[in-house]
Design a protein around this ligand. Structure first.
Ligand code: GTR
Length: 435
């Protein structure tokens, strides 16, 4: 109940603040007083975009907004008020009514729906090395094979588990949206994007698949990848896009991981960067077997609130990447306020499981503040489900991790990327919530 009230107060403040930014100095001063009162001591150290970065990006792409004072007035749908107007005041109502409602709204308007086509699944361990990484890890390479429509599709899953752990280990499953060089199992060249060696040393398993195994990342009218096996009827306007397909692929990898005795199946975190970060969120929303979701710099269509129209917008993402979302999402290009959901509700679908959102300072395209506000507006749902989080209204300082209950956040210095610094924070959080 407390959290619900907190949520309402905060939602009002978002609308008010945006309004006051536009309304001039006197009202802005009033707002400053309100801000100071609400979160004493947080504001000074709180992260703010560097003016030079704002100027540079604004000059490069003047058609997009990078200025906080130009964020339009908006108000967010409340995750704890159901479609018929009833307030969600207990966990059962959330689980039985409101969560399914939000999931359906997200499917039909944003990510699309997985077809009901039957398929078969098999796993083939194609390579094992019990003395990988100088004897510290066991490497397995597994073909996850899907059969349907007389065809087959193989997801190549690479798994390292720590030999130092007696019994099953918690594990990070990365949805790799970069080249295989980052995840080379021979590890001749180390990559911070997938720091297996460091994770193994800390007692974590690391698994990875390349998203293009599931669906190539280009617009081809959905003739290739998993779509060519499962889309057997004409695609409706809420048919799954590539992000939903990649998320589905993560779940098929989890199907295998649940059979592997070296992996703690109830402690698998799904991780993704950028478009992979959007995918990790949707995988966690659709598949509650994931114990934790890590969404790194996921931006528009991921953690960032669409209604802020800061950096990348719904219109731009639909134009540049027409295959990522369902075709219904196109209706909301430049009409973000008419979306029946916003991305805080996607984060709420992860509750009460563990959720990590992070951003990078230079990546204003991905709207760090909008991602933080999204988390802030999702935490009432975590509270309702017994994982109370008390995250402040203002963002934490640069490079400082914020952990509260089952949610965590940081903003790292530097560019759009996923680095060891980020992974170390993810593992610090996992030490608390998974181990
Ligand atoms: C950008 C896109 C972002 C983000 C990024 C990435 O071009 O605008 O939404 O997904 O690509 O995945 O690297």
């Amino acid at each position: 109940m407390y959290c619900f009230q907190h949520s309402l107060i905060y939602l009002n403040m978002i609308s008010l603040r945006s309004f006051f930014f536009k309304a001039g100095f006197v009202t802005a001063m009033f707002l400053l007083l309100v801000d100071t009162k609400v979160v004493s001591g947080q504001k000074e150290n709180s992260w703010k975009a560097l003016p030079a970065t704002v100027e540079k990006l604004s000059a490069e792409r003047p058609e997009f907004n990078y200025r906080e004072d130009k964020v339009p007035v908006y108000s967010l749908p409340d995750p704890l008020i159901s479609v018929n107007g009833s307030r969600v005041t207990d966990a059962d109502f959330w689980r039985e009514v409101r969560r399914p409602e939000i999931l359906e709204l997200m499917r039909s308007n944003i990510f699309g729906r997985v077809p009901e086509t039957q398929y078969e699944l098999s796993f083939k361990v194609v390579h094992t090395d019990k003395k990988a990484i100088d004897g510290s890890a066991t490497l397995k390479q597994v073909d996850v094979i899907i059969y349907a429509s007389g065809k087959s599709l193989t997801i190549h899953l690479t798994i390292f588990t720590p030999n130092s752990v007696n019994g099953p280990a918690p594990l990070f499953l990365l949805i790799d949206n970069r080249g295989p060089a980052n995840t080379d199992p021979t590890r001749k060249v180390k990559s911070e994007f997938w720091p297996v060696e460091e994770a193994i040393a800390r007692g974590y398993g690391m698994a990875v698949f390349n998203y293009a195994d599931v669906d190539p990342d280009n617009f081809d009218e959905f003739r290739n990848g998993i779509h060519s096996l499962l889309d057997i009827t004409p695609r409706p306007s809420d048919a799954w896009g590539s992000i939903a397909a990649w998320a589905w692929g993560a779940s098929r990898c989890l199907d295998y991981l649940l059979t592997d005795k070296n992996v703690a199946g109830d402690k698998v975190a799904v991780v993704g960067h950028s478009r992979g970060g959007k995918t990790a969120l949707w995988a966690g929303a659709e598949d509650t077997r994931f114990a934790m979701v890590v969404s790194n710099e996921s931006g528009c269509g991921g953690a960032a609130l669409a209604r802020r129209r800061f950096g990348e917008t719904v219109g731009r993402i639909n134009t540049a990447f027409p295959h990522w979302f369902c075709s219904n999402y196109k209706q909301f290009s430049n009409k973000e306020d008419s979306l029946p959901v916003d991305m805080h509700m996607l984060l709420a679908l992860i509750a009460p499981r563990a959720l990590y959102i992070d951003c990078a300072e230079d990546d204003l395209w991905g709207d760090p503040r909008g991602s933080y506000l999204s988390l802030l507006n999702a935490v009432p749902v975590f509270g309702l489900l017994g994982k109370k989080s008390a995250i402040p209204e203002y963002m934490p300082p640069l490079n400082k991790q914020l952990v509260s209950g089952n949610v965590a956040f940081h903003i790292r210095d530097g560019a759009h990327n996923m680095l060891l610094k980020d992974w170390n924070f993810f593992m610090d959080f996992a030490d608390i919530v998974l181990k």
